[in-house]
Design a protein around this ligand. Structure first.
Ligand SMILES: NC(=O)c1ccc[n+]([C@@H]2O[C@H](COP(=O)([O-])OP(=O)(O)OC[C@H]3O[C@@H](n4cnc5c(N)ncnc54)[C@H](OP(=O)(O)O)[C@@H]3O)[C@@H](O)[C@H]2O)c1
Length: 311
């Protein structure tokens, strides 16, 4: 099978499509014939060697956490799964490997592919959809009628966070570049502001700093007395702010996405009732993985960057 590998940390040029044996199913795992795989900033960070203590120092390494595809082999202990099932999911492990023709995945990190979505759309959803859902629902404790500010609302996490916040009943304000305000409004945002012209103001129950350039300290004055701030960036300053906030009324959190079947099913239900639609900016063939990676690194994608692996 063809699969994307790299032999050292570095820029996108370290990525190569190689021919390797198809994996076999083991206990609690299935082997999937991948139809599409999505790229995330996590792929870029892992490949660049930003998390060697998590990703490890053994090579070759593989690329890709998000996938959609069909089951070709079922290991023992995977009750309910059958060869031919159409699924989507997110690989939690740093071993990755979704960017290839076949991948072995855990049976509790997948769910049936939402009907009505293309393979590319289904692959676009897991990591960013789970991040937005877990940030807003679990850390934000979002309830109907609350006011939410989303910073960086036009990227992979953002375009799905807008729709999920609206589905949870929020009043949504977005911060994007001027060029992307219309996109945010088209996805349901109530107010879409250009971050270049925004003087921090207003009052929000939840601030979700998706892009990661507006720290808790700089957002406290736009939070309500019991407001919640969530960052996507697990750097020390954010972790310290989160720990310190335990004793304050305004709370800070850092979301760390978890791959869970139940939450994938929540995303599917939102898709089924028309409340959530994956937004794909560009689709590249698997062989063009270097250019796909370079594009996501521009930090200008509107929604997701997806690799088409098989028809
Ligand atoms: N902790 C976790 O579990 C977790 C999970 C998922 C993602 N993340 C992190 O969350 C961040 C966002 O992920 P993503 O998938 O949404 O990334 P992405 O798709 O690469 O984000 C691209 C978007 O960033 C926006 N952007 C660029 N400069 C900006 C600025 N100065 N202010 C606000 N927005 C700006 C761009 O919009 P404009 O062109 O309009 O500026 C573009 O639409 C990444 O750092 C990622 O690593 C963390």
């Amino acid at each position: 099978m063809d699969v994307v590998e790299y032999d050292r940390y570095g820029d996108a040029s370290v990525l190569h499509v190689r021919h390797r044996p198809i994996p076999t199913a083991t206990r609690g795992h299935v082997v999937v014939r991948v139809k599409a795989a999505a790229l995330n900033p996590k792929d870029v960070l892992a490949r660049a060697g930003k998390f060697p203590w998590l990703a490890g120092r053994t090579f070759p390494k593989r690329l890709g956490y998000d996938w959609s595809g069909e089951v070709v082999e079922v290991g023992p202990g995977c009750g309910g799964l059958r060869v031919g099932d159409a699924l989507f999911g997110m690989i939690q492990s740093w071993s990755a490997g979704a960017c290839g023709e076949y991948v072995r995945v855990r049976a509790d990190e997948l769910a049936p592919k939402p009907s009505g979505l293309s393979w590319e759309e289904a692959a676009a959803l897991p990591l960013v959809g789970l991040t937005a859902l877990q940030a807003l629902r679990d850390h934000g404790k979002l309830t109907r009628g609350q006011r939410v500010l989303l910073n960086g609302a036009s990227g992979g996490v953002g375009v799905h966070a807008i729709q999920i916040a609206k589905a949870l009943g929020a009043h949504v304000t977005t911060l994007t570049s001027a060029a992307n305000c219309e996109l945010a409004l088209s996805l349901g945002a109530d107010d879409a502001l250009d971050y270049a012209r925004w003087t921090p103001g207003g009052t929000f129950d939840i601030v979700f700093d998706i892009f990661g350039n507006r720290p808790f300290a700089s957002m406290r004055h736009v939070l309500t007395d019991r407001g919640r701030y969530i960052s996507t960036v697990p750097k020390l300053a954010n972790l310290v702010a989160a720990a310190r906030s335990i004793v304050s009324r305004q709370r800070a959190f850092v979301v760390v996405v978890r791959s869970k079947r139940k939450d994938l099913e929540v995303l599917s239900e939102l898709v089924a009732r028309g409340a959530l639609r994956p937004i794909v900016d560009r689709v590249f063939p698997l062989a063009d993985v270097v250019n796909a990676s370079k594009f996501i690194e521009t930090k200008r994608a509107r929604g997701k960057v997806v690799l088409r692996v098989a028809p």
